[in-house]
Design a protein around this ligand. Sequence first.
Ligand SMILES: [Zn+2]
Length: 246
Amino acid sequence: MSGKITLGEAASRMKESARGTVIFTGAGMSTESGLSDFRSKDGLWKNLDPMELATADAMRNNYEAFHAFYSRRFELMGDAKPNSGHKVLADWEARGIADCIITQNIDGLHAAAGSKKIYELHGSVGKVRCMDCGAPSAQGDFIAGTPCPRCGGRLRPGVVLFGEGLPQEEMDLSWAASESANVFIVLGSSLNVSPANGFPSIAARAGALVVICNKDATFLDNIAGYRTFDGIGKFLAELDEEIAKA
Ligand SMILES: [Zn+2]
């Protein structure tokens, strides 16, 4: 634990303005649900580099390997359950403490925990569509290799692949939320994926208190008013207790 203020002071700041807290989550948010970051070393898959498979290029030119990779990822995610941290965040939204969640995760665990206002910058596993006509389909149809019922085209996951742009509406809403945040909390992101990592800076420039909980150093640690390397579940439980006292 480090930073310029105490956890109790952060909790007071969260309570002083209704819905003024914006949450930003990355892969670390889901590790306590048993999901590893597929970009990490132990995320290697059948000796193939996931960084080569999670791409628009692989989808177009190596669909079989692309499909096998995402089918496996989706099956793993399907077994994962929201953890205690996801549940605290959903509870904060219901109680009017947190405004929204901006997430880099595609696993759908925030929604599964009951959060409603979620900006999924990298899409979501639940949103399968046709590569050709864009018609929505079920995740199970993608895994089964079923063609699009409308045009017979191949299905694709509704996630943002390397080589594709981020969804504009989510980006705009995340930008606006960051600018109006009173407290901006980063959970489990090393903040090294652009342009999403700009949101904490936007919030800080607009006067927000930035809180960072991540197991590794981030390049924005110097602007954090409160910084911890603790696990996310533990940190959120402690912060939740401080909010109850504040
Ligand atoms: Zn189609």
